[in-house]
Write a protein that binds this ligand. Structure first.
Ligand code: THU
Length: 135
């Protein structure tokens, strides 16, 4: 059960992580924080590259950090941007891999929660593992 206190903690973690964003090309810093089912928090930032397509989003950095530590199920992901931007399609697909019920919190740099979704809200009819099952 995701409490308001946890929502606040997660947003603050994402907000502070955002200071480490490496976004010299877009100047659009993003911070993310993911809360695992086991109660741990992993944060992430967007990391751009002079070869633009190599850029990695904050949400995926946070999720990949968690998965690389053995975590595969997530209660919530907080995303902080200057204007309440929502996760891109690639990040939605990566979130969907690990559960459609994960809560996605969208906040701005004041730490204000602007919107709350589930992954299912953000990516209806997602392609997933079940689609790869042999007939
Ligand atoms: N970005 C993210 O980090 N997450 C998203 O979901 C949307 C976009 C980053 C990528 C790039 O560094 C900058 O925001 C502008 O697209």
């Amino acid at each position: 059960m995701l409490t308001d206190e946890m929502r606040e903690t997660l947003i603050q973690k994402a907000l502070h992580a955002r200071d480490w964003a490496y976004a010299p090309y877009s100047d659009y810093a993003v911070g993310a924080a993911v809360l695992t089912e086991s109660g741990k928090i992993y944060d992430g930032v967007n990391i751009e590259n002079a070869v633009y397509p190599l850029t990695m989003c904050a949400e995926r950095v946070a999720i990949f950090k968690a998965v690389s530590q053995g975590e595969k199920s997530f209660q919530a992901v907080a995303v902080v941007t200057r204007n309440g931007g929502t996760p891109c399609g690639s990040c939605r697909q990566v979130m969907a891999e690990f559960g459609m019920d994960t809560v996605v919190l969208i906040a701005d740099t004041d730490g204000t929660l602007l919107a709350e979704y589930t992954v299912a809200d953000l990516l209806p009819d997602a392609f997933g593992q079940a689609d790869l099952e042999q007939p």
